[in-house]
Design a binder for this molecule. Structure first.
Ligand code: SF4
Ligand code: SF4
Ligand code: SF4
Ligand code: FES
Length: 878
């Protein structure tokens, strides 16, 4: 790129063609004040505070929008520049309320900071007050537009970064301000309360609606969001051991300047009074408090005693997709080495295990093949069985930016209309659960169009019969296949609607084969993106907290793999593959599994009723968690753990990005970090020396997990590392399979996708559990996050308006959904985006989904328990 030389304040400097004066000044360390500029937004030149002087013409130009030109001589602090900036600031302040001392933005206000730097105190201009009322009816964002300086950052954040379109300029001249359509309140607009505009607003015009006085921020800590697999980077601002607010951490992050409503406003659950504070044991039906010494002795003693009496296979371990890599690693080590059982599994068995297994078997890779930012370079994006706007919002922003700003073609396969289907070029609307059939039809059409040879089973597929139960027209499928075949830059995005559905593992296998047929692996802007993962689903599986795999995806049944682990552990792990969670619960029902250790999961609520019965029958149920839950209610011993802001460790995002989480507050009462607890249990069961810090655990992980050989805490201090990272200098591979022509290897069993659902006249509706922006998992955390709960306190059921009318249901009527297996209470809402025959159930922040209505069954290919769909009828009233 061509170099451009200029002088800046008399000093010769050079930059690249196309750079602005501001960018070059920042690069060489010359500070120019700005208000409307942010590196994540397109320059707007709105505030004029970044004025500089062009010596040749004596003109003042806005440095954030003026490109450098060869020979330019720029003064950033001439008298004319300083005086112009002072005038601009004084004009802004003349129009600004004099309420700085009580403004929530406080010391974070950039306007106040710049005024103070310019030596401006009380303004001598005539005041030009603008009277706009404060709006704070919603629990997230407070708007006081009398403090607005019209920098336009909120509008650009909304339109450019999160692509929601809730805000635009309203009115002109002195009356102009950012507003929603028809100037409605935010809660009546498209706003998702992601808070991105609030984080970028330079004044108190937009601020967090805390409703509480939380004090002045003392320190900020860099960490990673605990809610979904995007793995957003956060700054958490803490005062006196309490979280005050959260802001996005842009540097080296997946999210840059954005977050979603959960990341921004959902972490205060850690201060909820429900927290478990002390170890507790059940004695004659009552819970009594124990000391840690007593609790750890009892936990280790009972697990070992049951393993001795009934054999190690009578003990099981169920780890967590929310706990860190270090914790999951120690958890499976405790199972395999401490107690000697191979029965270890984690929360992935509730949805993502199918995609982990399918991708591993097909490609040898158990994670996304590309980082999320590659979505922005895709020419065609297929989204199937996923609701990224709800489940993984930051991934959805990348998809929307690709469509809106780069002209990518979006193919959405989803039974309900949403913000993505409205942007889609092609929207296929399948009957829920038939997405796998659509994929088979697309794959067949792609293979046919490329003239490749078809395996026998594919040739035998009759496209018409294949598509009949899906309700999707063959022509639409052909069109989608044609678009996908038009480029190798196609990104295939899927979620739990595919992998957690019937035949989920086979459906993901078909998707992998589609990726191979399209040639989109190893190519920039291509790739497979599994949006079925929680904050550390990826890491929990990488660590071997799975029945099928030892750490690093070594097959649990492979003697050589066990010997490799023996070299790290000094002892060989038990032989053979262990039981998956549904197999453990079946064994518990038969009285063969006697003890289960559950860490950070709530199977009694998230699984169908039979699971609860199986848990109730255990001789010893040990639960380690941060809150009481339906599972702790059944436990014999409960250990109180620390939350994600109270401990150190690492998470691995769905992109294979390994990132630090860091302690910003102390755990309440006697709660302890899971690593501390597990290390103490390993000492008691396997007589191993205790690990001093999670960093020490990571040193061992780097020996046990080949993909993470080069990972160290010192290296993670400033940037994340993608796995595989095999030595201490590489920062990992962002795009896998580069330069390769991958082939898939698994044994596809497409008939697993061909079953179709049986109609049941007694239960005429299909209830489908939707992904929810506000409710995550069992709601243990989101349901105790004050603002998420206030905004979304109940489960809703969305129904097509024609069916609401037929059933004579008014808007917001309380209804009961009844199946053969249970019932659920919810608030009914008429929504035209829902097809007839379907009840779309949105768990609110308390996370009450439909698991209680679902029959006990699991995908035979992956062991993933079915929890998403059930035949129901609907009754009015409670
Ligand atoms: S509300 Fe804030 S971000 Fe938006 S234009 Fe006004 S000052 Fe700028
Ligand atoms: S909170 Fe998010 S969605 Fe709402 S207006 Fe701001 S940027 Fe747009
Ligand atoms: S997108 Fe996911 S990781 Fe990012 S802030 Fe939202 S919940 Fe957290
Ligand atoms: S920062 Fe350049 S015009 Fe506002």
């Amino acid at each position: 790129m061509e170099t451009v030389a200029i002088t800046l304040d008399g000093v010769p400097v050079s930059g690249r063609q196309g750079m602005t004066i501001l960018e070059l000044a920042q690069e060489v360390g010359v500070r120019i004040p700005t208000l409307c500029h942010d590196p994540s937004l397109k320059p707007a030149g709105a505030c004029r505070l970044c004025l500089v002087e062009d010596e040749a013409s004596k003109r003042l130009v806005a440095s954030c929008v003026t490109p450098i030109a060869s020979g330019m001589r720029i003064q950033t602090r001439s008298q004319a520049v300083l005086e112009a900036r002072r005038v601009i600031l004084r004009l802004m302040l003349a129009n600004h309320p004099e309420s700085c001392l009580v403004c929530d933005k406080g010391n974070r206000c950039q306007l106040r900071k710049l005024a103070s730097e310019a030596g401006i105190g009380l303004v001598d201009y005539d005041r030009m007050d603008s009277f706009v009322g404060t709006q704070e009816a919603n629990p997230f964002v407070k708007r006081d537009l009398s403090k607005c300086v019209l920098c336009g950052k909120c509008i650009r954040a909304d339109q450019e970064l999160v692509v929601v379109g809730a805000l635009d300029y309203f009115q002109r001249g002195f009356q102009a301000r950012p507003a929603t359509f028809l100037d409605r309140p935010l809660e009546g607009s498209e706003c998702t309360f992601c808070g991105t505009c609030v984080a970028l607003c330079p004044t108190g015009a937009l601020s967090e609606s805390t409703g509480l006085h939380l004090g002045t921020v003392g320190q900020r800590t860099a960490t990673t969001c605990s809610y979904c697999g995007c793995g957003c980077s956060l700054w958490v601002h803490v005062s006196e051991d309490r979280l005050v607010y959260v802001s996005p951490r842009a540097e080296n992050s997946v999210n840059k300047a954005t977050l979603c409503v959960r990341g921004h406003y959902g972490s205060d659950y850690l201060h909820h009074p429900d927290r478990l504070l002390h170890p507790q044991a059940r004695r004659d039906g009552e819970m009594v408090t124990l000391s840690w010494q007593e609790a750890l002795d009892e936990a280790a003693g009972r697990l070992l005693e049951i393993a001795r009496r009934h054999g190690p296979l009578s003990v099981g371990f169920f780890g967590s997709t929310q706990c860190t890599n270090e914790e999951n690693y120690l958890f499976q080590k405790l199972a395999r080495i401490g107690v000697g059982t191979p029965n270890v599994d984690n929360g992935a068995r509730l949805q993502a295990a199918s995609s982990i297994l399918a991708m591993r078997e097909e490609l040898g890779i158990a994670g996304a093949t590309h980082p999320l930012d590659e979505l922005e370079y895709a020419r065609v994006i297929l989204v199937i069985g996923a609701q990224p706007l709800e489940s993984h919002p930051v991934a959805s922003y990348a998809i929307k930016r690709a469509v809106k700003h780069r002209g990518a073609k979006l193919i959405q396969v989803s039974p309900v209309e949403d913000g993505l289907s409205r942007m889609a070029s092609i929207w296929l609307r399948p009957w829920p659960g038939s997405e796998g059939r659509i994929l088979l039809a697309i794959l067949r059409a792609v293979v046919e169009s490329k003239g490749s040879s078809m395996p026998g089973w594919m040739e035998e597929l009759d496209p018409k019969a294949l598509l009949e139960p899906t309700l999707v027209e063959a022509a639409a499928v052909e069109e989608a296949a044609g678009s996908l075949s038009s480029t190798r830059c196609c990104a295939l995005v899927f979620g739990r609607g595919l992998s957690g559905g019937p035949g989920g593992k086979e459906a993901v296998r078909v998707l992998v084969r589609l990726a191979v047929a399209l040639g989109c692996l190893g190519v920039g802007g291509g790739g497979l993106y599994p949006l079925d993962r929680a904050a550390n689903t990826q890491g929990a599986c990488d660590m071997g907290t799975l029945a099928e795999f030892l750490p690093g995806y070594r097959p649990a049944g492979d003697p050589r793999a066990r010997q490799e682990m023996a070299r790290v552990w000094g002892k060989e792990p038990p032989q053979g593959k262990g039981m998956t969670l549904p197999q453990m619960l079946e064994a518990a029902s038969r009285g063969e599994l006697r003890a289960l250790f559950v860490m950070g999961e709530n199977p009694a609520q998230l699984l169908p009723g039979k699971a609860r019965e199986a848990l109730r029958g255990l001789e010893f149920l040990l639960v380690q968690d941060i809150f009481p839950s339906a599972t702790t209610e059944l436990a014999h011993l409960v250990l109180p753990a620390a939350g994600f802001l109270e401990k150190d460790g690492t998470y691995t995002s769905l992109e294979r990005r390994i990132q630090r989480i860091r302690a910003a507050c102390s755990p309440p009462g006697g709660a302890r970090p899971d690593c501390w607890i597990l290390s103490a249990l390993l000492k008691r069961t396997a007589q191993l020396p205790e690990y001093e810090t999670p960093a020490d655990v990571m040193k061992e992980i780097s020996q046990a997990v080949p993909q993470m050989r080069g990972v160290r805490y010192t290296r993670l201090e400033n940037e994340p590392i993608f796995w595989p990272c095999v030595d201490s200098t590489a920062s990992g591979e962002r795009i896998l399979l580069r330069g390769e022509t991958p082939e898939s290897h698994g044994g596809l069993e497409p008939w697993r996708l061909l079953g179709s659902e049986e109609a049941d006249p007694e239960f005429p509706f299909l209830a489908v559990e939707a992904d929810s922006l506000h409710g995550v998992g069992s709601g243990a955390r989101s349901g105790r996050a004050r603002r998420l709960r206030a905004f979304s306190p109940q489960t809703q059921v969305w129904i097509n308006p024609s069916e609401m009318a037929r059933l004579e249901l008014g808007q917001k009527t309380q209804v009961r959904l009844l199946s053969r297996w249970g019932e659920l209470r919810a608030t009914a809402l008429a929504r035209p985006e829902i097809p007839t025959g379907i009840l779309w159930v949105i768990p609110g922040a308390p996370g009450l989904g439909i698991a209680g209505l679902v029959p006990w069954s699991w995908d035979p290919g992956s062991g993933v328990v079915q929890t998403r769909m059930s035949r129901v009828r609907l009754d009015k009233g409670l």
